[in-house]
Design a protein around this ligand. Structure first.
Ligand code: ZN
Ligand code: ZN
Length: 193
């Protein structure tokens, strides 16, 4: 199984959001017993934050494979189910960061105002590391709310024929083609006047 280090390597840095996505993924793997091979496990994510990178690495649900579906609701909610049964779990992140001490507030203020002194940078870095650690070590109930669900299945990823835009000459999949003044064009060309 992949570890948090693998997730950091993919994402490019360690951050609290990534740690939250990691906790979500561990719960999912426990529920379904492994990563998605082809399309049997589907993820619906309701945000596009750092956490989603952890979900992709850990669960094998990826944007390119079509078993990662993004709904732009800005919610820390992740739904996973198996195809074709449609049985799954809905996970809401309920972790709340601990209240800031006055000193933390002061240091953070300085950082936000552009202070990159060694003292401030080290402090901010330490706080972030502590936050990540607390997410990774917290009791699962303090991080996630899990509910069992039966989903209406979205359609599987389909392969469409491609057509060529008569304006820019680039290819697109057919359902995205538009008609403009009797010519087949892509969306950017359609929207350009
Ligand atoms: Zn991040
Ligand atoms: Zn075009």
């Amino acid at each position: 199984m992949k570890r948090f280090d693998d997730v950091i390597e993919f994402h490019g840095h360690a951050c609290p959001g990534l740690a939250l996505g990691y906790r979500v993924s561990l719960r999912v793997l426990r529920e379904f017993g492994g990563r998605a091979g082809d399309e049997e496990l589907v993820a619906v994510v309701e945000n596009s934050s750092c956490a989603v990178d952890a979900v992709q690495v850990m669960t094998g649900c990826t944007f390119g494979k079509g078993n990662l579906i993004f709904r732009d609701y800005g919610k820390q909610v992740y739904t996973f189910y198996t195809r074709p049964a449609g049985k799954g779990i809905r996970i809401a992140v309920n972790w709340t960061k601990p209240a800031e001490t006055p000193q933390e507030k002061r240091m953070w203020d300085r950082y936000m105002k552009g202070d990159r002194s060694k003292q401030v940078a080290a402090y901010v870095h330490d706080r972030k590391a502590a936050k990540i650690r607390s997410i990774l070590e917290a009791d699962e109930k303090a991080v996630l709310t899990v509910r069992r669900i039966k989903e209406q299945l979205p359609p599987e990823a389909r392969i469409y024929p491609s057509v060529t835009c008569e304006s820019c000459g680039e290819k697109m999949m057919e359902p995205r083609a538009r008609m403009k003044e009797g010519r087949v064009v892509c969306i950017p060309c359609f929207e350009r006047e």
